[in-house]
Design a protein around this ligand. Structure first.
Ligand code: SF4
Length: 207
């Protein structure tokens, strides 16, 4: 029996924006990180943390015409999310959230959802529209631009709704059946997707 940390009706008021990234990647991952506080510190994770140190230090600096705010706290009362943007850049009156990732751009939308949530929080806080954000991938040394489209906004809001639904259910989501994501997941040793799926199959078979 899995531990219930958020019984139905006892969900948090706000969900950390970074956890939307986990949720979009894998709902079970979201639960393991957020509800159970699971963590497997491996070499890539440690490297990411070390590279992230600068982004974790609050401050402001100027680079030419761009004013760079580091580690900016943002939140949305409408969406019920809060968290930190690694950087918010002010360029010609525009605000641009910039997220720092240590790897390369993946095939999934999880990083985009995180930046979009930051953008929507910034909009709510400032009243200014945010048209795009950026993700700097250390692995490729590239900045990817993320347009904050209506479609991405809708996906982000759906992810937030899903996060609250999962917490309200009080049940850990099942492992993914398509295991492409599991190969890159640092929680695989804790999650044990193959073993858990096998046990679930055996349980169904005996019922
Ligand atoms: S190992 Fe797979 S199923 Fe388990 S948390 Fe990671 S991605 Fe999700």
């Amino acid at each position: 029996m899995e531990e219930l940390v958020f019984p139905a009706g006892d969900e948090p008021d706000y969900i950390p924006i970074s956890m939307l990234n986990e949720l979009e990647y894998c709902e079970r991952c979201f639960w393991l990180y957020y509800v159970l506080g699971a963590e497997e510190v491996n070499a890539p994770l440690l490297e990411g943390r070390l590279l992230h140190r600068r982004a974790n230090t609050p401050g402001v600096e100027r680079d030419g015409d761009t004013l760079i705010h580091r580690r900016v706290y943002v939140w949305s009362d409408r969406l019920r999310v809060s968290g930190f943007a690694d950087f918010v850049e002010e360029r010609a009156g525009e605000l641009v959230p910039v997220e720092f990732k240590h790897g390369r751009m993946g095939r999934w939308l999880n990083d985009h959802i995180q930046v979009c949530a930051q953008a929507m929080c910034l909009e709510e806080r400032t009243g200014e529209k945010v048209d795009y954000g950026q993700i700097f991938y250390w692995g490729s040394r590239r900045r990817e631009t993320v347009k904050i489209t209506d479609e991405l906004r809708a996906k982000t809001e759906a992810a937030i709704r899903r996060a609250f639904e999962i917490l309200a259910s009080g049940e850990i989501p099942q492992p993914l059946k398509r295991r492409a994501k599991c190969r890159d997941c640092s929680l695989e040793g804790i999650c044990m997707p193959r073993e858990v799926l096998r046990l679930l199959e055996m349980d169904e078979g005996s019922g």
